[in-house]
Design a binder for this molecule. Structure first.
Ligand SMILES: CC(C)(COP(=O)(O)OP(=O)(O)OC[C@H]1O[C@@H](n2cnc3c(N)ncnc32)[C@H](O)[C@@H]1OP(=O)(O)O)[C@@H](O)C(=O)NCCC(=O)NCCS
Length: 123
């Protein structure tokens, strides 16, 4: 059963600046996400913005927003085909369990100025 959907859009320029402020990245992104995004060179800001949108989309999909959730407890990783998957830890995993979630489906997109994410939570 679908418990909720969440959609979010992030302006890429805002996140491009974060790539040079390590304190901000460490606060909001899992270390594996930071490493993966940095390895993308020119498109790092696009991927970073899409991952931030994914975290907000996840918060919307579970219906509580991100209050009480450490954003670095939500990690996005691509599989071999490039499809993004969400992995949850600590505060995010607890909020997901409280919402009755079992599976998260995620889709990301980005173009020059904006990145978007759609999350669907099944319970
Ligand atoms: C839910 C949340 C993610 C919304 O994100 P946002 O970027 O502030 O706002 P957006 O413009 O993307 O979305 C706003 C819409 O989200 C929806 N929304 C608000 N609370 C929601 C909730 N609990 N569940 C699902 N959707 C929600 C509403 O429809 C709202 O629009 P409306 O008030 O016109 O109806 C936000 O409330 C939240 O939890 N923010 C925490 C952000 C944070 O910790 N950021 C890190 C530092 S920058």
């Amino acid at each position: 059963m679908i418990l909720g959907v969440g959609l979010d859009v992030v302006h890429v320029e805002r996140l491009r600046h974060w790539l040079h402020v390590s304190g901000l990245l460490d606060r909001f992104f899992h270390p594996d996400e930071i490493a993966a995004v940095r390895s993308r060179g020119e498109s790092a800001a696009l991927s970073l913005a899409a991952r931030f949108a994914a975290k907000e989309a996840f918060g919307k999909a579970i219906g509580t927003g991100l209050r009480g959730i450490a954003l670095r407890d939500i990690r996005v990783e691509n599989d071999e085909a490039g499809k993004p998957h969400i992995f949850l830890y600590g505060s995010a995993l607890a909020a997901f369990a409280r919402a009755g979630g079992r599976t998260v489906h995620l889709s990301l997109t980005h173009e020059r100025d904006n990145a978007m994410a759609l999350a669907v939570v099944e319970g």
